[in-house]
Ligand binder design. Structure first.
Ligand code: C2E
Ligand code: MG
Ligand code: MG
Length: 736
């Protein structure tokens, strides 16, 4: 690269050296006369120069590094000496001058210090001066020659140093140009960023940097440390100040706050504060970034809503409901004695409407139902769509779960009373609800939801509007899965058994009937009760073979009691699904003829719900059974929705009052009133009335005084295996 002098004329400076240190004619004459001798003598300087270079460790390190990079030290030293010896020439030309400046440049590149160069010249002058006495000069010439040598070496040294500093200057200029380029790009970047940036000197509490947007926004002055504090919504200011404190303590901190900048609209901003620490770990500066995140927040809210709200009905979805539920349980755990109610709700006719009228109608229906449910559920409670036609209702901690659940269930049922209008059609909708209460019906969210669902399924099977969870009746999904494989083989493996429970005449204390009750002697779980077997068998399509087996076994047992001289009629429970089986009648007739037992020794027990499912078919089956002498008992009477007008028309013989009315009949006036009216009703219609669940003598006495016909319950006997029941029969045919 050509050396560019400050006045932009290469070589101008070098010429100046030649001018300043030019020789007079007398000096040139003295030099010319002795120059050859001096040049010859100068070669002896090589040894001194070597010593000088290698005695100085800093210089020798540079030379060795030069060698390691492939340079030749010998050549390098020879070139240097050549420059020194050339100084003895009286005249100089541009070519030589450039060589010297290149040498200076080279020294800089290698890391030579100017002082080392000057020292070399100093040594060389001393050396040349030591040669003078041998030249036998006149004293005047000797002084003149010495001054000539000094001039020549200073000229030479000046040109080398000129090259050195020109190169240094160029380097600095290049660096500055590069820095200026980088600074320009950084400024461009900072100016173009959609952020407001500023830096605060913590000690001075002063804004020491602000990007152009920040400066433009606060052109009146940047108030340290947070110029945006006064534009921040009052409720969020404390949060912003806390974030600043955290940053000053050395932690990177963020805050999302609402601000109205430059009197504009209130927007969400994220303030990010990055502390810069000194070596002692103290925060010296804080770099601050302010970013408009309004769109981000709006989008985030929209996604949150989408993730937690059911898109069709706009009520919370399962995920949000689960959240509400876990919060309610946590709140309830803090208040001993409080309960949380979880209700599972299913729409009875939804599938039918959806399939026949189309999904558009289905969607409108779901929306309308959700709207009505919303009017029933209090603000503090929570309604959610759990999927399909399934909704969930959560009642926040209450003191009496039953009262609260019953209130909500009845309100829900009332809300469904008015038909829905969809595309000009009036649609009647019924719902079924299942209730589980925390903590008694489940200790966590999952078990409560599962149990409320089981209760709802049972309510559906029994044709009831709602049911509470009952661990004895509701099968857990895990248990359901396990038993579903085993129940098929249980019949073949002879694992089913019948227990018998007597019914006794309240006046004479004589046994009037024995009810056959199913048990599964499970090889691992022990005795499994019928409430767990029957619903599962119904779902798995196993109820018909089980009912057939019960019928045949019970009738064979009945025949055995006759043989034993203790004849007792037997009663058999028939589930809803079995009752709907068109072959039931044939099976009963076949079992009677197979065992040779008379029809009047058999009673069939069905529930009100079973009867009401298809009243036309029920009338037909019951009439035919009645024609065979078989009597019909309505089981669990009082828990369902009986239509008295239908009851009157059916050939029914017995009403079995549900045990829930009997348990406390001796002490509860309300139960007395209900039981009395059922007995009156039954008798008016000509039925025998049996009370189930008679557990003690006082209930017996009360029932007896109310005119009830017969009683069944633990007070008389628990259900017994056949052998025990036979002994009981022979020993205590008359219960006293
Ligand atoms: P259910 O027909 O109402 O039978 C009476 C239930 O009350 C029996 O329960 C009996 O053990 C119980 N019980 C009787 N006296 C008392 C008492 O004093 N106190 C109390 N706490 N309970 C008493 P179990 O045997 O568990 O049967 C439950 C239900 O399962 C029966 O109710 C019946 O609906 C059904 N079930 C039983 N066996 C069969 C069957 O072979 N087929 C069908 N489809 N259902 C059956
Ligand atoms: Mg029964
Ligand atoms: Mg019953």
């Amino acid at each position: 690269m050509a050396i560019v002098t400050p006045n932009n004329q290469p070589g101008v400076h070098l010429k100046e050296y030649s001018y300043v240190f030019r020789l007079s004619s007398e000096e040139a004459r003295v030099l010319n006369r002795h120059r050859d001798c001096l040049v010859r003598g100068a070669t002896g300087f090589a040894g001194i120069y070597y010593d000088y270079l290698f005695d100085n460790p800093d210089i020798s390190d540079i030379l060795y590094a030069y060698e390691r990079k492939g340079g030749d030290i010998g050549q390098w030293v020879r070139t240097e000496l050549g420059y020194l010896f050339d100084a003895l020439a009286p005249e100089t030309d541009a070519g030589r001058e450039n060589e010297l400046t290149d040498a200076g440049r080279h020294h800089l590149e290698q890391g030579f210090k100017p002082v080392w160069i000057i020292s070399t010249y100093h040594l060389f002058i001393d050396y040349l001066k030591s040669l003078l006495p041998d030249l036998n000069l006149k004293p005047a010439d000797s002084a003149k020659l010495e001054s000539v040598l000094i001039k020549l070496l200073l000229r030479n040294l000046g040109q080398v140093i000129e090259g050195y500093w020109q190169a240094a200057l160029e380097n600095t200029e290049n660096k500055l140009a590069r820095l200026a380029g980088e600074q320009g790009r950084a400024e461009e970047l900072l100016g173009g960023l959609p952020y407001l940036l500023w830096t605060v000197d913590v000690k001075k509490n002063d804004v020491v940097f602000a990007n152009p947007s920040m400066e433009a926004l606060y052109s009146d002055g940047l108030e340290a440390p947070l110029p945006c504090l006064s534009d921040t919504r009052e409720e969020d200011q404390q949060q912003l100040l806390l974030t600043w404190q955290n940053a000053v303590s050395g932690s990177t901190s963020h805050a999302e706050v609402r601000m109205s900048l430059a009197g504009g609209k209130l927007h969400w901003y994220r303030v990010s504060l990055y502390p810069a620490l000194n070596r002692l770990g103290r925060t010296t500066k804080v770099h601050c970034i302010l970013e408009d995140i309004n769109r981000l927040i709006t989008e985030r809210r929209r996604l949150e809503r989408l993730a937690t709200t059911d898109a069709l009905t706009k009520v919370p979805n399962r995920a949000l409901w689960a959240d509400h539920l876990s919060m309610a349980l946590a709140a309830s755990r803090r208040v001993p004695g409080s309960q949380v109610v979880v209700i599972s709700l299913d729409i009875n006719q939804f599938k039918m409407y959806n399939d026949t009228l189309g999904h558009d109608v289905g969607d409108i229906l779901l929306r309308d139902i959700a709207e009505r449910l919303n009017t029933v559920v209090r603000e503090s409670d929570s309604l959610a769509r759990l999927g399909g036609d399934r909704f969930g209702i959560l009642l926040q901690p209450v003191n009496n779960a039953r009262i609260a659940a019953e209130r909500v269930c009845n309100q829900v049922l009332d809300a469904m009373d008015t038909p829905f209008t969809c595309q000009g059609k009036h649609l009647c909708i019924g719902v079924t609800l299942g209730i589980a209460c925390f903590p008694e019906d489940g200790v966590n969210e999952e078990s409560l939801v599962v149990n409320a669902e089981s209760a709802m399924q049972r309510a559906k099977r029994n044709g009831l509007p709602y049911q509470y969870f009952d661990p004895a009746s509701d099968v857990s999904p895990a248990e359901q899965l396990r038993y579903s494989g085993q129940i098929r083989t249980a019949l073949e493996n002879d694992e089913f058994e019948l227990h018998y429970q007597p019914q006794v005449d309240l006046q004479t204390s004589r046994i009037t009937c024995a009810e056959a009750l199913l048990r599964w002697e499970h090889p691992l779980d022990g005795t499994v009760m019928p409430q767990r077997i029957i619903p599962l068998a119904e779902q798995l399509g196993m109820i018909t073979p089980i009912t057939n087996w019960v019928l045949l076994t019970a009738l064979m047992q009945c025949r055995q009691w006759s043989f034993d001289g203790t004849p007792v009629p037997v009663s058999v429970n028939v589930s809803a699904r079995s009752f709907q089986n068109p072959r039931l009648l044939d099976k009963i007739k076949w079992a009677l003829s197979e065992t040779g037992v008379d029809g009047d020794c058999l009673e069939i027990e069905i529930t009100e719900a079973t009867l009401m499912q298809d009243i036309g078919r029920a009338t037909e089956v019951l009439t035919q059974l009645s024609n065979c002498g078989v009597s019909i008992a309505i089981d669990d009477f009082g828990t369902g929705y009986s239509s008295l007008s239908y009851l009157k028309r059916l050939p029914i013989h017995t009403l079995k009052i549900d045990q829930s009315f009997i348990m406390d009949v001796a002490s509860d006036q309300q139960d007395v009133a209900i039981v009395r009216s059922i007995i009156d009703l039954g008798h008016n219609l000509g039925y025998k009335v049996v009370a189930e669940g008679v557990e003690n003598g006082s209930s017996w006495d009360m029932l007896s005084s109310l005119g009830c016909d017969a009683a069944q319950g633990f007070h008389i006997s628990k259900p017994l295996p056949d052998s025990h029941f036979s002994s009981w029969l022979s020993g205590a045919n008359a219960f006293t």
